[in-house]
Design a protein around this ligand. Structure first.
Ligand SMILES: C[S@@+](CC[C@H](N)C(=O)[O-])C[C@H]1O[C@@H](n2cnc3c(N)ncnc32)[C@H](O)[C@@H]1O
Length: 254
């Protein structure tokens, strides 16, 4: 399946080069994320992008290719797994795939040691120093996710989006509990979209924003991708979130 985000550079990368960058995020999720970034651009929401858990840059490059002039991409990773050479691979992919190295700051760090100031310093105070799209894909423990959510929340644009990876992953069941607890402590925030990986039974990403911003994104996503809408939706007690999946259906167990 060929995917389209509305950004020619992202679509070329995702449909033709994505597999050349080893990583874990799906093409489908990268396209939806880039679409949301394009939506932000159309709405005049400017700011930077950031990712915890950049690894070789598979998802990071898609986000960076959707940036506008003056915006920066901050990639954070310990770059220890499987070896420190992963950082060299990231830089070579960035140069090979059309991201301007000048627009990128790579921090070799454990996110647990970072504070909001480290992110705003990394973007050099440009465009207000706020992050409009923050992908969290680092340490998959509840404690670390809670810290990373706090970090993303502290630097996010008021109409920005925080995107969380590996929600509902069978290997990390407590991450969803951490998100639930974090949302209770941050009643201004909600999950507005669940992006499935490649199938309804796989581990999706959640996209979060403030309650007063979700209407900026939801209808646009449903209008743009009606064929990927799982109509039963995602239940969050006080609200529902939309679900986008390449194969909308209930799982069939044979
Ligand atoms: C699953 S990989 C990320 C995949 C990548 N985002 C992609 O789309 O292909 C997880 C990454 O998180 C990094 N990581 C784990 N714990 C971290 C921490 N505390 N701080 C920063 N990075 C961390 C790992 O080094 C690893 O590169």
């Amino acid at each position: 399946m060929k995917y389209g985000s509305g950004s020619a550079a992202v679509d070329h990368y995702v449909n033709s080069e994505y597999d050349s960058v080893y990583g874990m995020s799906s093409q489908f999720a990268a396209i939806i994320a880039a679409h949301v970034m394009n939506r932000q651009t159309k709405l005049g929401i400017s700011g930077h992008i950031a990712e915890i858990g950049t690894f070789e840059g598979r998802f990071f490059i898609a986000m960076a290719l959707a940036m506008q002039p003056g915006e920066r991409a901050v990639g954070i990773d310990t770059f220890e797994w499987p070896s420190p050479k992963v950082r060299d691979k990231l830089h070579s992919h960035i140069e090979r795939l059309g991201v301007r190295p000048h627009d990128v700051t790579i921090l070799t760090a454990n996110s647990a040691d970072l504070a909001a100031r480290d992110i705003t310093d990394a973007v050099g105070g440009q465009a207000g120093g706020q992050v409009r799209f923050f992908h969290v894909d680092g340490d998959h423990t509840p404690k670390a996710l809670t810290h990373d959510l706090d970090l993303a929340y502290a630097v996010m644009h008021p109409k920005g989006v925080i995107c969380l990876d590996d929600m509902l992953h069978p290997g990390f069941p407590l991450l969803t509990v951490a998100v639930y607890e974090w949302l209770k402590a941050h009643p201004d925030m909600r999950v507005f979209c669940v992006i499935d990986r490649e199938d309804i039974v796989a581990a999706p990403k959640f996209m979060l924003c403030r309650h007063d911003a979700h209407e900026l994104y939801e209808k646009d996503l449903l209008d743009s991708f009606p064929e990927w809408h799982f109509e039963a939706a995602s239940q969050w007690e006080q609200w529902v979130a939309i679900v986008l999946t390449p194969h909308p259906r209930f799982a069939i167990v044979e």
